[in-house]
Ligand binder design. Structure first.
Ligand code: PLP
Length: 365
């Protein structure tokens, strides 16, 4: 599969990138200005101020409506690093962590690396997300953590306020760390942070990759109650701080968010309508979740009996449209679907809609 990435990156500008839930919709000129000013002033000669550039943490707290009195914020090179820090700091051999399958598997890998077991609860069926009952049943005396990805990669489901409340109560009852991975929050019509119900052990992982289109900047944050942050900090590998240019871009993005976020969300919504119409016309393909509450969903192609990896390859090599076979997201269910994101310019999405039926038709023969 890595050769697909090799090919895609070698042809980067010709590719329609729908494989990693990135966002290629242009956002604000203010961001480019901030990046250029940072470069011109050569502030990259110095290590950045360790706690992050002035104003960035404050802007993140404001974005989430959280108080600095209660929480601490650590700027990280992406949400993935925030997850790595917390998993390494909090987990050990006897522990287990509850999560979904499908899921964003690199997090599960981090859990295993920490010696803990990951309990992957199957969600590839109605309602296409975890339920309170499922989680309650899975908790045992060694459960240390619950991973809530909301909205959920790859299915596109999100959790209602009542569901978030119910999960929070389970975590409180069993004294679990509640990891609130909010990477895709801005794409959701309504989103509830878990700290509203259980702030004592909620840890939030925050990303600039998808909403702002900063995947290549590698910037995110870890937000935790002050006492928990003390436990996490020894595992922070970024004691010399995080890329200064990325921090400038992040601050400019948060300052201008009201100018661009609605546009990103509305283009993504329109695109998923296009894909829905395209998929509905293909026999044996369906969308388990529509509308998606984020910038991606899965297209189930199991009835066509076509291998999703073949779809990924043919879409990429024959048409320069990069989608992802499901195996990356689930060992159990990955052979049933491809995942596609749609925070891309509309014209590119229309290209997907033109070539996807062709690929399915050719492979069906
Ligand atoms: C659920 C989830 N969490 C975390 C990440 C990591 O995001 P970042 O680019 O901020 O490291 C991703 C990336 O795809 C993701 O899907």
């Amino acid at each position: 599969m890595s050769s697909n990435f090799d090919y895609a990156h070698k042809h980067r500008d010709e590719i329609v990138w729908m494989s990693q839930n990135t966002n290629t919709i242009p956002i604000s000129p203010e961001i480019e200005k901030a990046i250029m000013e940072s470069v011109k002033s050569r502030e990259y000669n110095l290590y950045p101020f360790a706690p992050g550039i002035f104003g960035l943490k404050e802007a993140i707290f404001k974005d989430l409506g959280l108080s600095e009195d209660e929480f601490d914020c650590l700027i990280t090179p992406g949400g993935i690093e925030a997850l790595y820090i917390l998993n390494r700091a909090l987990l050990s051999k006897e522990d287990n962590v509850i999560a979904s399958d499908p899921s964003f598997m690199p997090i599960h890998h981090q859990v295993r690396l920490s010696g803990a077991e990951i309990k992957e609860l199957p969600v590839y069926h109605e309602p296409w997300k975890l339920t309170e009952e499922q989680v309650k049943e899975a908790v045992d005396s060694q459960t240390k953590m619950f991973l809530l990805i909301d909205p959920l990669n790859p299915l596109g489901t999100h959790y209602s306020r009542d569901e978030v409340k119910a999960f929070s109560e389970v975590c409180e009852d069993h004294d679990l760390f509640l990891i609130d991975d909010i990477t895709y929050r801005d794409f959701s019509e309504s989103h509830t942070l878990t700290n509203e119900f259980f702030s004592e052990k909620t840890i939030i992982t925050y990303s600039f990759s998808k909403n702002c289109g900063f995947a290549g900047m590698r910037i995110g944050a870890l937000i935790a109650p002050k006492d928990i942050m003390k436990e996490l900090l020894p595992y922070n590998t970024n004691v010399l701080s995080v890329n200064i240019i990325a921090q400038r871009a992040a601050l400019a993005a948060l300052h201008t968010k009201n100018q661009w976020v609605d546009n990103v969300v509305s283009i993504s919504r329109k695109n998923q309508e296009h894909i829905k119409n395209c998929v509905e016309a293909i026999e044996g393909a369906f969308l388990p979740v529509f509308p998606s509450h984020t910038n991606m969903f899965v297209i189930d192609i199991s009835e066509t009996e076509i291998n999703p990896d073949t779809v990924e390859e043919r879409m990429l090599y024959d048409h320069h449209v990069f989608v992802r076979g499901g195996n990356y997201l689930s060992k159990r269910f990955g052979n049933r679907f491809v995942r596609t994101s749609f925070s891309i310019p509309e014209k590119q999405c229309l290209k997907f809609c033109e070539v996807f039926p062709k690929v399915i038709h050719e492979q069906r023969k």
